[in-house]
Structures are given as structure tokens and as C-alpha cells.
Design a protein around this ligand. Structure first.
Ligand SMILES: [Zn+2]
Length: 473
């Protein structure tokens, strides 16, 4: 993993400023009315997606990194140095202001707003060609890297046409048919013959098409240099970072997002150019579960992958690097607490002592457990000793007997999240996606068009036009 000093950013910032700030007189105008000299200038496109990242998530990950390591997160550093152009993006889908991950990925993946739950199929059943098909037809390589199942919504949005994101067996088969040069993630459940409903052995079928298959970090590191690869490292999603770093077995077997990104870039890099989507998918899951430690440490793991992508883009200026998210989720925040808010910092730092996520805590509890067992399991994973009243609230939630004024907060995850907020000062507004305008950062050819406000579907146009890839059916 490369480390970036502030001095490096200052150096590269000055250089990239020259490129990004150049005025191209006499060109026609394109996206957002900007000059279009950049069209076709991007040999490579990298899009980094922290799934379900509210602004509070970006903020808290940066603040935690500064408190723990004395340096900013890569993403915020790139803003700080004006290396990334920055805008807000509207992620509305065809059916709701609040998008799901499928419609969000499809808006970038085909340039159309589709119904929530759909992957590149419109409200009337019309199929929209996914961006990977266009790039492959133009002779470019394609890659997907994710911490979720390979067949989850965000990676799928760039390669398949499926009416319902839940059809993950079908999605895996379409990935085989359509092909990609790099596929790294989880989701053995949709590739293995003993797990798929149709009994097909997709590993064997990928191998028959010339793919090398990796099932562990060591497999990934020993892949031979040529040809397409399929890396499936977990039964479903890859582990949360907090759980990953606290298990020797997981650390040895499962690669990090940054490690997968590094290998993917090494394989995709070449004379043809490529498009690579990298998803930090479990940021979204931690938000759904109101799990602050899961959220912040997965965002920091995503940030490590951004550092890898930035290193590549900085060394290869003909690369359009996009760093973004597909929607807010549960809008977490570090709340002012104590007299003059003086308690917030120390409370927030308690998250650095967590060794297990809400998932691990709740997996180890049942609604029949004693209050002392509930307190014990929470203290083991968080170093926080909750009181008996709080343990009672959680047990009532597990028994579906707990009632909040906002009924969406009645279940065990939000109740656990709110109990822990008394100690960490981090709370959530719900367990669902939000309509927030999202962060959009970019550098390289085409990033000139990021000038304040963007529509989700325009990002498809930007990637296509920056790479000079024509639309093909
Ligand atoms: Zn999402």
C-alpha cells in the first residue's frame, strides 16, 4: 500500500491543477456547458463508489483518521489540495427520489433512470445497453471490484440487464456470457454448483472460457499475468473491516478492497485502456444496521482503495478518476455532546476500541438471553458497559416489543445503535437510504465538467465521452 504525504499531494496538486485549469479556447461545449477538448482524452476510467455514503460518513472517517493517525483521509486530502473537482450529484430514480443501489448503478451504467430494483431495464421493459458492453465493443478492458457479492446491485449495474436485482444466479450467468477482464468480490453462493438453483458450476464454465479462478488472497496474488480472472473470496459479502482486522483467519484468506484494486489495476493497465468500477459496498450495510464502527472503518478501507486508484491516475494522466457514492444512507452524524460539546471527541474515539460490529453482537445474542449476557457480549465487542435499562431496551427490541416514536427505529439494530450513541455520540436518522444529493469528485480528462451540480445519468455520458467510446447496441 502506498502512503501519501501532504508534500506529495502539494506536488501533484500543482501539476494536476495545470491540466484541470487549462482553458481550451475555441472548443464546442459539452456537459454542464464546459469545453469539450477532453473528449476521447481518457484512455482509462476508474469509478470508485462508497455505497450508501452520507456526508457524515465521509466526515467521520476523515475525522477518525486525523485523530488516530494525524493525517487526513485520502478523499478529503484530494479535495484539500484541489486535485479532485467537486460537485453534488442528484441520484433520483425512475420511481423514487430515494434511489436504491440498482437504479443508482444503472443510471451511471446505461444513462437512464430506471425503477428501483431494476438493472438497466426501463419502466416499460426496455433494455438499455450497459456501459461495459460499449467499452468492450470499443476494444477496452473492463473490471469490477467489490466487497459485496459479485452479483450485488452496484457492480451488476455496469454489465447486466435484469429486471430484478434479486435474481443473482441469473446475474452471475450473464456476467459469464458478457465477460469482463477482472471480477473480484464475494458471492460463492451464486457461482458454486451446490449453491445455485440450476446446479451449474460457473467456476468450471468461467475456466472453460479462459478465466483463472481465485478463491483466496494467496490465489489472487499468484494469478499468472495474462487473461481474464474471477476472484470470489467469500460465501456472500466480504467481512466488515472491523471484523476482518480482528480475525487472523479472515486477514489471511480475504483480500482488502485496496489489495483487490491494486491487482485489478495491474491487470487492466495496458495499451487498450479500460473501465474499472470499485465498490466499498459494506459502508451501505453498516449504515443500514446503524453500526458506527462498521461504517467508519469500511469507509477508511474504501479510502485506502482511493489512494491506490489515485496513485494510478496520478502516474497515468490519461485516466478519468471518479470518486463518489450512490446515495446517502441513515445519515449518521457525530453529535455535539457535553458542556460546550467538549465530550464529543473523546466519546467518538471510543469507536477505535470496537472489535466487533452490530452484526457480530446480534449474531451472538437471542431474545431469551439474560440481561447480563447481553451486557457481556456488548462489552466484549465494544469495551462499553451498558446499563441494565439499556440491555432491557435491546432485549425488548429483539422480542419485537420495543416502541419508538418513529416506528422504523423499533428493531434491534437501530436500538443497539442508539444505545451505543450514548457512549460514542454517533447516531443515525433511520435504517434506510436517503434522498441526499451526493458527493462527486473527479480528476483527469472530463473532470472539468464537475462544476457544482450533476445529474446521475450525465455521469454515463461523461465516462463514455471522456473515453471516446461510441454507443453501440
Ligand atoms: Zn447503494
Amino acid at each position: 500500500m502506498a502512503n501519501y504525504s501532504r508534500r506529495d499531494f502539494l506536488k501533484t496538486g500543482a501539476l494536476s491543477g495545470l491540466v484541470a485549469g487549462t482553458v481550451f479556447a475555441g472548443c464546442s461545449t459539452g456537459l454542464n456547458g464546459r469545453e469539450t477538448k477532453w473528449k476521447g482524452e481518457a484512455k482509462n476510467v476508474i469509478i470508485m463508489v462508497s455505497d450508501g455514503m452520507s456526508i457524515g460518513t465521509l466526515s467521520m472517517a476523515d475525522q477518525m483518521k486525523r485523530m488516530q493517525h494525524g493525517s487526513a483521509s485520502t478523499w478529503v486530502s484530494l479535495y484539500e489540495q484541489n486535485i479532485l473537482k467537486r460537485g453534488l450529484m442528484e441520484m433520483t430514480s425512475a420511481t423514487s427520489i430515494v434511489t436504491d443501489s440498482a437504479a443508482a448503478a444503472a443510471s451511471w451504467g446505461c444513462g437512464h433512470r430506471v425503477p428501483n430494483g431494476s438493472l438497466n431495464i426501463g419502466a416499460n421493459g426496455e433494455e438499455h445497453t450497459p456501459i461495459f458492453t460499449h467499452f468492450r465493443n470499443a476494444g477496452k478492458k473492463t473490471g469490477l471490484v467489490t466487497t459485496t457479492r459479485m452479483t450485488h446491485a452496484t457492480p451488476s449495474g455496469f454489465i447486466v440487464n435484469v429486471a430484478s436485482r434479486g435474481e443473482e444466479d441469473a446475474i452471475a450467468a450473464q456476467m459469464l456470457d458478457r465477460g469482463a477482464d477482472v471480477l473480484f468480490g464475494g458471492g460463492n453462493a451464486h457461482f458454486a454448483s451446490d449453491k445455485r438453483d440450476d446446479g451449474r458450476d460457473l467456476y468450471a464454465e468461467f475456466q472453460a472460457k479462459g478465466y483463472q479462478v481465485a478463491r483466496s488472497k494467496s490465489d489472487m496474488k499468484s494469478l499468472s499475468s495474462d487473461g481474464p480472472v474471477l476472484g470470489i473470496f467469500e460465501e456472500h459479502h466480504l467481512p466488515y473491516t472491523v471484523d476482518h482486522v480482528n480475525s487472523d483467519e479472515l486477514k489471511n484468506r480475504v483480500p482488502t478492497l485496496a489489495e483487490m484494486t491494486d491487482v485489478a489495476l495491474g491487470r487492466l493497465s495496458g495499451s487498450e485502456g479500460f473501465i474499472l468500477q470499485v465498490e466499498g459496498g459494506r459502508v451501505d450495510h453498516a449504515a443500514h444496521q446503524n453500526c458506527a464502527a462498521g461504517l467508519i472503518y469500511d469507509q477508511l478501507a474504501f479510502d485506502d482503495a482511493v489512494a491506490v486508484a489515485y496513485e494510478f491516475a496520478n502516474a497515468n494522466p490519461d485516466t478519468l478518476l471518479i470518486v463518489t457514492t450512490d446515495h446517502g444512507n441513515a445519515n449518521p452524524a457525530l453529535n455535539g455532546t457535553g458542556s460546550g460539546y467538549r465530550d464529543s471527541d473523546s466519546m467518538f474515539l471510543r469507536l477505535s476500541e470496537f472489535t466487533g460490529t452490530n452484526s457480530v453482537i446480534l449474531d451472538n445474542l437471542s431474545s431469551d438471553d439474560s440481561l447480563s449476557k447481553i451486557r457481556e457480549v456488548i462489552e466484549y465487542n465494544t469495551k462499553i458497559a451498558i446499563d441494565t435499562d439499556q440491555a432491557t431496551m435491546l432485549r425488548n427490541a429483539m422480542r419485537r416489543e420495543y416502541r419508538e416514536a418513529y416506528a422504523r427505529m423499533n428493531s434491534a439494530n437501530p436500538v443497539l445503535g442508539r444505545i451505543l450513541a450514548n457512549y460514542t455520540a454517533v447516531s443515525f436518522t433511520s435504517g434506510a437510504h436517503t434522498s441526499d444529493l451526493v458527493e462527486l469528485g473527479a480528476m483527469g480528462p472530463g473532470s472539468e465538467t464537475i462544476n457544482g451540480f450533476y445529474k446521475n445519468t450525465d455521469l454515463f455520458t461523461l465516462m463514455m465521452e471522456a473515453a471516446g467510446v461510441p454507443a453501440t447496441v
